[in-house]
Design a protein around this ligand. Structure first.
Ligand code: GRF
Length: 207
């Protein structure tokens, strides 16, 4: 099973996947990493692990809708060329649209730092999520790994991990506690989907 990881930032979730692959606990291999932002640390992590690292920026000259589709199509081409089975959005900030979502339906997963459906949707990313959780006086938060559909943070939930919101928490301290949970959650969810896809492929072959 070939995996494509999409990133926009520091890539600690990508690192968790690389580490899982190294310890043979991932039933697949990361074939490439794509960032929509140049120079992010996630690209260094992939190069250090010997994984091809590409930068694909959105074309800012295009109107919003077209811009999203054009970037999604470029990523689709990369996925096809690398015979990708599973796509993992590990802190990827661009919104994907168009035939990419249809062709890879059920095979794209995303990690979000809240207990969806709470604190998700467009504009809810990074520190904003944790600030909203604190402002609402929530007693718990966490992270969610879900399938990606046409909406933003709306796809079928694969798994969630909860953490307590502690007295005196800041957005930063809460984010850190959640981040730790994300690293095992993303690996576990990737395993679940990869095992399911492997079974489907084997069934397909035996028909
Ligand atoms: C994580 O909090 C993830 O939930 C969100 O983006 C962040 C990425 O962190 N979608 P990292 O780049 O993997 O460290």
């Amino acid at each position: 099973m070939n995996i494509l990881v999409l990133v926009s930032g520091s890539g600690t979730n990508l690192q968790a996947l690389i580490d899982a692959q190294r310890s043979d606990s991932l039933p697949g291999s990361i074939a490439a990493v794509v960032s929509d932002r140049p120079g992010v640390y996630a690209l260094e992590r992939s190069r250090a692990a010997g994984i091809p690292a590409l930068t694909e920026e959105a074309d800012k000259r295009l109107p919003k809708e077209q811009r999203r589709i054009e970037l999604s199509n470029r990523i689709l081409t990369i996925a096809r060329n690398n015979k990708i089975d599973l796509i993992i959005l590990a802190g990827f900030l661009s919104i994907l649209q168009g035939k990419f979502l249809e062709e890879y339906s059920g095979r794209i997963i995303n990690i979000h730092p809240s207990l969806l459906p709470k604190y998700g949707g467009q504009g809810m990313y990074g520190e904003r999520v944790h600030q909203a959780v604190l402002a609402a006086g929530e007693k718990e938060s966490g992270c969610t790994v879900h399938l990606v559909d046409q909406g933003t943070d709306t796809g079928t939930i694969l798994l969630q991990r909860k953490v307590a919101v502690l007295a005196g928490d800041t957005a930063e301290s809460l984010a850190q506690r959640i981040h730790k949970e994300e690293h095992s959650a993303i690996v576990e969810a990737a395993k679940l989907v990869l095992q399911k896809l492997t079974l489907q492929t084997e069934k397909g072959k035996s028909k």
